[in-house]
Design a protein around this ligand. Structure first.
Ligand SMILES: [Fe+2]
Length: 281
């Protein structure tokens, strides 16, 4: 039995894992998530597991244009109150105290959702620390994601994962190849009314489905959030279909949209498995 994520929320069983929904959690006062402890973690983590930059960016800013802040990770966290920055500590589950937190949260969810998803893997935890007013630009992720607010307030705007006005197929395909794929995607003000805004204060959280477009704006205090992410057999297949479509499109084809024809999707999935097997030989 778990105690971190409140599983009394009926939405967790009805909407998971395809639709967004709000949750509550009990981690806001956890010592591993205090700013003091996170200063140490920022110093101890290998440099490649820390990403940070100035936080006062536009909703639609491209990643290569996002400016750096000129500080070390440790200084960035220590002075987050007034350095107008955004920093993420990645894969913190490799440290035992966060591994325990991650496992606890996933156990809470799984108690209620065992039948919804199989083959859960790539379980990871990220901690976002950001200055007042920081923005995380519009983007999608390839993982299932529970975002838990620990300190301060932020508003996350979320769209349906299959909203092809807010996020056309080609834009999704542009994100599936590797770490250098553009994470921040074309934003238009007209998208705004198609999404839904959740304002999170400590103890609040939200589930963000795979490929659900989102962007985040901090309130006027320092914000700390914990993000619990994982993949599943379903998400691996789903993301793979976009990868194969990206490949076909680059060859001049106009592939059928993912989800439109089950038979074609099944065929493409076979192709993905075949290519993966060939690559392993
Ligand atoms: Fe995200």
């Amino acid at each position: 039995m778990g105690t971190s994520i409140d599983t009394n929320n009926i939405a967790l069983t009805e909407r998971y894992p395809w639709q967004r929904f709000a949750i509550r959690h009990t981690l806001a006062d956890h010592p591993a998530l205090s700013l003091e402890r996170l200063v140490d973690v920022a110093r101890e983590l290998p440099r490649e597991r820390v990403e940070y930059n100035l936080g006062a960016v536009g909703i639609g800013m491209r990643p290569e244009k996002v400016p750096l802040n000129g500080l070390t990770p440790e200084e960035t966290v220590r002075r987050i109150e007034d350095n107008k920055s955004w920093i993420v500590l990645k894969y913190v589950e490799e440290l035992p105290e966060y591994r325990a937190l991650l496992e606890q949260c996933l156990a809470d969810i799984e108690d209620h959702t065992k039948r919804a998803l199989r083959g859960i893997h790539a379980k990871q935890a990220f901690i976002f620390i950001s200055s007042p007013g920081s923005v995380t630009p519009y983007h999608i992720d390839q993982e299932h994601n529970f975002l838990l607010q620990i300190r301060g307030q932020k508003t996350i705007h979320i769209w349906d994962p299959d909203d092809r006005v807010a996020m056309p197929e080609e834009a999704v395909e542009a994100t599936v190849f590797g770490q250098n794929a553009h994470r921040n995607l074309p934003w238009q003000e007209s998208f705004r009314e198609r999404g839904e805004a959740y304002t999170l204060t400590p103890g609040d959280g939200v589930y963000v489905p795979v490929h659900s477009p989102h962007w985040v704006k901090n309130g006027d205090a320092v914000s700390i959030s914990l993000s619990i992410t994982y993949r599943s057999s379903w998400s691996r297949r789903y993301v793979g279909l976009f990868a194969i479509n990206a490949k076909l499109r680059s060859l001049g084809w106009r592939p059928a949209a993912v989800g439109k024809h089950r038979f074609i999707d099944a065929l493409k999935h076979r192709l993905v498995l075949l290519l993966a097997a060939l690559r392993r030989r």
